[in-house]
Ligand binder design. Structure first.
Ligand SMILES: [Zn+2]
Length: 103
């Protein structure tokens, strides 16, 4: 017993196990790609930081509590990222100032 499984784009009936439509190539499982899984989002978070947020919220693989936890973690990560950038900038600026002040 397999229920009717159709492509959202072109309406072609597909196998439930297919990830992509055989006619138009459209994704049959939006929000269920590798990057919507926990492992995918963690990897993306390490590479792109807060930019992984949209994937967290479009993911259909995880529940609301997991989404909230990831959102908090990503926002914290973004906060520290900005803080570190400001610190590096300030330190560089101070160093430049002390260097030019030495002459
Ligand atoms: Zn299709």
């Amino acid at each position: 017993m397999s229920q009717a499984f159709r492509c959202a784009k072109c309406g072609l009936s597909c196998e439930e196990t297919d990830n992509f439509c055989r006619r138009c190539g459209g994704s049959l499982k939006p929000g269920k790609s590798f990057f919507h899984s926990h492992a995918g989002i963690i990897i993306l978070a390490l590479v792109a930081g807060p930019f992984a947020l949209p994937l967290v919220w479009t993911s259909k693989r995880m529940g609301l509590s997991a989404k909230i936890i990831y959102t908090i973690l990503l926002l914290l990560m973004g906060y520290y990222l900005v803080k570190t950038c400001v610190r590096i900038y300030t330190l560089t600026f101070q160093m430049m100032q002390s260097m030019t002040g030495a002459f």
